[in-house]
Design a protein around this ligand. Structure first.
Ligand code: PMT
Length: 218
């Protein structure tokens, strides 16, 4: 059994890609499998933390992990906010859609004619991480940044704009990041040089992230 270094700590962790409904059988989604967030939940739990996993993915968890299943960003935001006040650490590993369909159809959309296209009007979603960063009192707020270009520069901007205490930057694309069993990341904290973590299993990356969180919290 792992040393219970996180005993008594309450973690809220999100995982997976959000789904924004177009109609009852279609949605706008993304390639996140939930492996990274679920690995964080399982490792935190093995270290003794009380873990609330808010997820769109249906992956195996340790029996002690409390799981809330969600689909849309609105569902995810509601579940995160319900647990935020009582938490010590929130980790937003989910790939959260920036937009939702303004008026999802309550019946399956039909093709109208051979030629006509379909236009979906999208509206911006709330930024959950930014809200957490702006309203935190005692909580440590941790985000991820998935980038296909200028990784460190974009991640640095997100760290500052979303008022995160720790941001995990991961390059995605070309078979990296989404839906893999391994990841390679940079750990970024305000006013600190980024630390590179070379490619390792998502479980090992989760251990490194949780060690860093413990160091920040002393
Ligand atoms: O799930 P896997 O297949 O294992 O893949 C893991 C991963 C690549 C999805 C994960 O490691 C990761 O990078 N997650 C964040 C993906 C993402 O949405 O990045 P972003 O750069 O779009 O968002 C930045 C941060 O803001 C994230 O912490 C995100 O959860 C949060 N966010 C984004 C938009 C929004 N409306 N609300 C948010 O809270």
């Amino acid at each position: 059994q792992a040393e219970q270094t996180l005993a008594g700590k309450r973690f809220v962790i999100t995982a997976g890609g959000t789904k924004e409904r177009i109609d009852p059988v279609r949605y706008i989604g993304n390639d996140s499998s939930g492996k990274m967030g679920t690995a964080l939940a399982n490792v935190a739990s093995a270290l003794g933390a009380e873990v609330e996993l808010i997820t769109t993915a249906n992956l195996p968890t340790l029996p002690e992990v409390h799981v809330t299943d969600v689909q849309s960003v609105a569902d995810m935001q509601q579940a995160v906010m319900a647990h935020f006040q009582a938490s010590d650490v929130v980790i937003m590993a989910a790939a959260v859609a920036d937009y939702h369909v303004l008026a999802p159809s309550d019946h399956k959309l039909k093709k109208t004619s051979e030629q006509s296209g379909l236009t979906l009007q999208l509206e911006q979603n709330p930024d959950i991480l930014k809200t957490l960063g702006e309203t935190k009192t005692h909580q440590l707020v941790v985000g991820f940044a998935a980038e296909t270009d200028d990784l460190l520069q974009h991640a640095q901007t997100k760290l500052a704009k979303k008022h995160a205490d720790l941001l995990i930057a991961n390059f995605v694309g070309g078979g990296l990041g989404f839906n893999q069993d391994t990841n390679a990341v940079w750990l970024m904290q305000p006013n600190t040089e980024p630390i590179q973590v070379p490619e390792a299993s998502k479980l090992e990356i989760a251990e490194t992230i949780l060690n860093t969180i413990q160091q920040i919290r002393g």
